[in-house]
Structure formats: C-alpha cells, structure tokens
Design a protein. Structure first.
Length: 148
C-alpha cells in the first residue's frame, strides 16, 4: 500500500508540470494577466508581487486534499495533496530562488540542467507583454537551452 501512495505522490508531482504549463499559458497570460504582469517587469519593486497570488491559488487544492485525505484516515487524496505540495516547494526553489534570485541561496550553480532552466526562463521573460511568450513550463524546457 505504501508503494501505491508513493506512486500517487510522484505521478501527481509529474502531472503538476502540465498543470503549471497550461495555467501559465492560458490563465496567467490571458484573463489573469493583471496579477502576472508585474512579474514580467525588469525589476522587482517590492518584496512581494501581485503574481504571488498564484502561490495561494495553487496551495488551495493541496490544503483541501490534505483536509479530506486525513479526515477518515490517510487516503489517496492526502497523497495527491502531497504531490502538489512537493511541486510547489520545487517551484519556489527553482523559480523564485534559482531563476529570479529573490533569495540569494543558489547564486553560482554549475549544474547544466539548472543553467538550462534559467536560460529558458530568461527567454520567457524577454516578452514584457502577455502575447508571444514561450517556455511556459518550469521543470521541462526544450533541449536547446541545455549545453549537453
């Protein structure tokens, strides 16, 4: 049973990349651009951006799944929520810490994969408006950004 729950957590984590890509392209760059727009400005003006609301939006399903997943003993909903949480932690570490350097924890990485993620995200940010973007994912980006 434990392997089943670990599998649910891992599958959820992987599927979250698709959810993130879709949400970034068709929600953040469309009807919720008002909240995402400040993220595409050259410099951070404050410690927080309007874009940070998406952390809360993505946390809500995880919190709800945790609640219902422990309400009657641990069930599959808890582990789906855990997969979402792990993806959120990864997103924070990759996007906010590594790529945008909102926290100066991993400034000088030599890891080719992480450098590729940074390059792809920089390409995404060369577009300052909501149209004509590319590289909407976080962990999976085109191979052309990796020097392998």
């Amino acid at each position: 049973m434990i392997l089943f729950f670990i599998g649910i957590t891992l599958v959820t984590f992987v599927l979250m990349e698709g959810v993130t890509w879709f949400t970034h392209k068709y929600v953040m760059h469309k009807f919720m651009w008002y909240f995402h727009q400040d993220h595409h400005q050259p410099k951070y003006q404050n410690a927080f951006e309007k874009n940070d609301i998406f952390f809360v939006i993505f946390a809500i399903p995880s919190i709800i799944l945790f609640y219902f997943g422990v309400n009657e003993g641990l069930n599959f909903m808890f582990f789906i929520g855990l997969g979402i949480l792990f993806y959120g932690i990864s997103y924070f570490l990759i996007h906010d810490v590594l790529i945008h350097q909102r926290f100066k924890w991993f400034k000088n990485t030599k890891n080719k994969y992480l450098i590729g993620l940074r390059k792809a995200h920089k390409v995404h940010h060369k577009y300052l408006d909501k149209e004509d973007g590319e590289c909407f994912g976080m962990l999976l980006v085109p191979f052309k950004y990796f020097n392998i």
